[in-house]
Design a protein around this ligand. Sequence first.
Ligand SMILES: Nc1nc2c(ncn2[C@@H]2O[C@H](COP(=O)(O)OP(=O)(O)OP(=O)(O)O)[C@@H](O)[C@H]2O)c(=O)[nH]1
Ligand SMILES: [Mg+2]
Length: 509
Amino acid sequence: MSPGHRDVATVGVGGPVGSGKTSLLAELVPRLREDGLEVGVIANDILTQEDADRLRRRFAGVVPEDLVAGVETGACPHTGIREDPSTNLRQVDAFVDAHPDLDVVLIESGGDNLAATFDPGLADYSLYVISVAEGDDIPRKRGPGVVDCDLLVVNKTDLAPHVGADLETMRRERRARRPVRLHRLQGRRRYRGGADPRPRGGVVRLMAADGDAPHRSFEGYAAESVPQAAVGAPGKDGRLELRFRAAAGGTRLVHDYATAPFHVSGTLDHDPHPDAETVFVQSPTGGVAQGDRLTRHVDVGGDAVAHVSAGSATKVQSMTRNYAASEASLAVASGGHLDHVPEPTILHADARYHRETTLDVAHDATCVLGEVVVPGRLARGERFAFERFRSHTRVRGPDGLLFADATHLAPGADGPSPDEPGVLGEFAVLGTLLVVAPARDAAALADACHEAATGGPGRAGATRLPNDAGVLVRALGDRAEDVETSLAAAWDRARRALVDAPAPTGRRH
Ligand SMILES: Nc1nc2c(ncn2[C@@H]2O[C@H](COP(=O)(O)OP(=O)(O)OP(=O)(O)O)[C@@H](O)[C@H]2O)c(=O)[nH]1
Ligand SMILES: [Mg+2]
């Protein structure tokens, strides 16, 4: 039978014994379910149902029991996935018969050697999982399993220092052929469903985001252990949750949770909007350090108006190992409004910082997102001495992605330097203000923001966002204050249009 006969995608997961195939499925499947996909899982073992039983227990309540099946190959595992895949194909058919809406079936092969590949009639796509502990020369040896897969997953990166494996070599060997993802599937907090701070998407995107590296360009850093305190240690793994709801007397902060380095000391009542609630998030530590993983969730309920800012600039400290990452997931329900306009981010020499922001807005909700990036302690003459900064923002409406915006600056790497024309040119400081308002007149809003922003000392402009989702304001300047002044003027104009009140002025400009 050819794959076209079934209306379901099949993905094979192959790899040597113990490399982490089952561990990968255990992480992947709940996320695919969260993405709204109906998933079936087949685990091939030589003589047992052990992996299938393990997965059934793990997926209890997430995947229906009859969508997790074990296939006992009874012989060399590759026989069951390549020479005679009929048992696996029958199982796929049984899944589809019982669950006609099934979207994807993941098929774990029994652990085998580097020659194992999937019959193309069985698997439309294949992932091949190897472990760092098997030696860093595996990719170079190029067995068909490694070469013919669609994605090579190099797992157990945590063991690299102990077995003397060079991750950079493993990645480089593969780069010319198939994409490679470096992973550590063990020792991470288990994903248990519900709000997932990590970004999701198709299988490949999922995997890219699933390991420690949030983006290809950070994979090399992700493999470096942090000498002073492990990733995930208290204080390095900060979490902030804020939930606002509309109440009789105006908006209320109904839930707040903060672990170091985040600190919330209550709400402020200085917003010119009569119903707004303001939270300034403080950071009692000296800034963001290597190995830090910070997540923030801000949830604004229907008709609530919230303003979240920071008490001071975020200083991203110099780094010699690993990197720092910050993820924000923001949501604004119908009729609600959020201003998320932190103080500037200052990238000290050798800083490596990844920031990921996801915003979900109801059609008639609005949000202003601000970001100012300062490339060093300018007063000390430190300018573009950081190593890498990437900020990625995705904004989704009820029907899916409205737009995405990415800034990626790597002064020390190949490619254009940030101070070249076409990048930042003669300017140092970069500011972005996203005015998200899918139900509003984007053209009028863009004109108003443009006029306001261009009155300042920096260079600024505003333009409509894709899908008429709102307005993007960019400002460039020599000093943070110049850029902040332009953005504050645009923010003020936008806020008057969106919620009929000026922007708060509690910030230094
Ligand atoms: N140190 C470390 N151990 C891991 C990692 N991922 C998985 N393991 C462990 O490696 C062992 C094998 O993992 P499995 O997921 O069962 O591997 P598998 O490829 O499914 O194994 P077979 O199905 O038996 O071929 C288990 O003890 C896992 O807990 C990792 O990233 N780091
Ligand atoms: Mg297994």
